[in-house]
Design a protein around this ligand. Sequence first.
Ligand SMILES: [Zn+2]
Length: 359
Amino acid sequence: MAYRWLGRLAYGSRYDRVPWGQRVYVRPGERLIREAQWQRLIRRAPVMTLEEYQRLRTLGEIEEFLSCMMCGESRQQPLFEPTGGTGKGWRYHVVRCPSCGFLYRNPNVRPERLGDLYASGYSNFLSGKYAANRQRRYDLTMKAFSPVFDEGKERRLLDFGSGVGLFLELAERRGFDAYGVDLSPESVEQANQRLSRARTYFGAPEDVPEIAAGGFDVITLWSVLAHLPRPLEDFRKFRSLLAPGGVLLILTVNAQSLLLKAYGPKWSGFTKNHLMFYSSKTVPTLLARTGFAGVAFAPHYGDTIEAGTTALPPDLSKRLRRNVDRSDGGNMMRVLAFADEEAIGRWGGGPLTVHRLHT
Ligand SMILES: [Zn+2]
């Protein structure tokens, strides 16, 4: 409340019509204030051993304690306790790795119990207006990496966590020989009704012979990365499923988001089923440790800016883009990972800056 009043004092009513999700990016000086706030939060948060940390928390039935999956550091820096709000019935703890800065939920969900999160009802919200918005988001995200996804003829694609098949529908339209896997049986059923040539399966890639055979030119992870309890194992598997010259596309919430720095535990990226929160600092570690050769990032300015449908006046729109670029702080992050040198040679040109990874 006090902050709101201060905002009014500093900015008057000029930004009242700018949506909350864009305000922190367009109000003059706000980026620097939020970044300073974040630094102060990190300086002040205690760093404790895993044993000390475990004594503070109770472990739920489907949970386990973790060390940092990116660098192995076991010390914990408790930061946030997001909740779903009144009546939503969930609450968890988010810690920061004091060595590499990785943010993750601790305690986390035991992988063998992951199915519990998606068992039923998960597909219900994945249709209607949601569907149209999602497909537009996929289109716009891929555009940043053009021409990688423009033409699918004679190319194999795997959508990991394919949900009700909204992306696979686009992929088959572009000519890809497309497959999907998902943990929600209801979603898989709906997807296969929606699709004509593409096919989705319930379970893990290794359980489906057509997928386990590998040779994929493209693997996509649409809002899936944050849900993986064993990212290193999964990424080793993805790497082995890719053909020479293959690429992996990731869209996920950005742990460097200026909105996280502004709203802390109320950040939109802290959803019920998210387990780990990546940034352009930690994704390269994951990729290097699992055998990828290079990575490129494309800043994400939000759906309406990307689509050119934003109601922001041009000067504010320009300022938003500038602040996203300077802070590396878009709310979402899109990533293109290159399996090998061949992939970098084939797709790494144009406006993309490829960072080579060394294992
Ligand atoms: Zn770490």
